[in-house]
Design a protein around this ligand. Structure first.
Ligand SMILES: [Mn+2]
Length: 377
């Protein structure tokens, strides 16, 4: 291991030319704007790749002398694994609010936006409304604004692009030595490596996703050499709150299995227990023969759902649209979700009127009907 560490210290890149070409531009742009306030932002409901990319981008900024120690997001960090990552690594996730938005809007020319793992405020999963100056992303989409430095390759994880950028930042020389951006001995770098390893592992589904590449594997291997193994494993085998086990029972009793599909209505969930939905959706995908899962529940004032699909018989995005309506959800490689505000009916969901049972029954039959209709097209 020590030998490997020594070797890595002088490693220059993950090797992706698309990134090498953009690294200098990024550094110049950051330096030209060093007097501005930097906002590193990611998509709504950040996942491990989004968080890792934000952490790595902050390291680059700090290395270049820019103060930036937050990762801005909207939505929530809901999935228990995502929360485990935020908590065990003490990540500086910062919720974007209307107050922040007003404040920023009043001095927009003094602000510099960097988007990671998302490319444009026009996307349905990006609620921070300002156009970024820099985008680092690995998804298919392109930023709408032309006036943006777009650092992009369609590979397994955004964290891979970020690790590659870190390795491409030229070292800063002083009398004693050369300081590298990707220096595992620097403050906080072991946490950065832990995040990058987690982001890549989880976003590439352990390198099984269609778009994962050797670059992802190289960056992952590099990060794992310096990561904090204990924290890494704590996130990989994340703890589950006790209520998860209770809702496993509810799901087991309510499931409608029709191989290869499975749909499960959970009923009403407390606002802070919405994480049951993606958890159960992932779990039911492991039932033999199942290729499509929809798990839904009423959470607070919305109907929320998680969708998983590996079947080529239906398009996941279409399935979500058929059931929940256009613009109500999103998907990426067969993993998706939806959130439909209940509007007027919220009063019932919140228990202000006495017909919670019938509201649930009606919603359940509508969803099941639409699901059957969409999957038997
Ligand atoms: Mn990603």
């Amino acid at each position: 291991m020590p030998e490997e560490k020594h070797m890595i210290k002088h490693a220059t890149a993950v090797g992706n030319r698309k990134i090498k070409q953009k690294a200098d531009q990024l550094i110049n742009l950051i330096q030209e704007n060093q007097d501005k306030e930097f906002f590193v932002c990611t998509h709504d409901n950040p996942d491990p790749d989004a968080m890792a990319s934000g952490v790595g981008m902050n390291r680059i900024l700090n290395f270049l002398g820019i103060e930036s120690n937050k990762i801005w997001y909207c939505g929530e960090i809901g999935h228990p694994q995502n929360r485990a990552m935020q908590v065990s690594l003490n990540l500086p996730m910062k919720l974007w609010t209307t107050e922040v938005e007003k404040d920023v809007a009043s001095r927009l020319e003094d602000c510099f936006f960097i988007f990671v793992d998302v490319c444009s405020p026009d996307q349905s999963n990006m609620s921070i409304p300002f156009d970024p100056q820099v985008v680092v992303d690995h998804h298919k989409q392109n930023p709408k604004s032309k006036d943006v430095l777009f650092i992009h390759d369609e590979i397994g994880a955004c964290a891979t692009l970020i690790a590659d950028l870190m390795l491409n930042v030229p070292p800063i020389e002083n009398e004693e030595n050369k300081e590298h951006c990707f220096n595992h001995e620097a403050d906080g770098m072991r946490e950065v490596c832990t995040c990058i390893a987690l982001g890549i592992k989880i976003d590439t589904l352990d390198f099984l996703s269609e778009n994962s590449t050797d670059y992802d594997y190289k960056a992952y291997k590099l990060a794992t050499i310096f990561m904090q193994s204990e924290k890494f494993h704590k996130v990989v085998s994340y703890e589950l709150p006790p209520y998860m086990f209770e809702y496993e029972k509810v799901a087991f009793e309510n499931k409608v299995v029709n191989n290869p599909t499975c749909i499960i209505g959970i009923g009403y969930l407390d606002q802070n227990r919405g994480d049951c939905i993606p958890y159960l959706a992932d779990k039911y995908m492991r039932l033999p023969g199942i290729q499509t899962v929809v798990v839904y529940a009423i959470v607070g004032e919305s109907l929320r759902a998680s969708v998983r699909n590996t079947s080529s018989a239906y398009d996941t995005e279409q399935l979500i649209e058929d059931i929940f309506g256009a613009g109500m959800g999103g998907t990426k490689q067969g993993i998706g979700g939806a959130k439909v505000p209940l509007g007027l009916l919220s009063a019932i969901a919140l228990g202000e009127c006495d017909c919670q049972d019938s509201l649930w029954k009606n919603i359940k039959s509508v969803i099941e009907h639409k699901f059957t209709k969409s999957t038997s097209k």
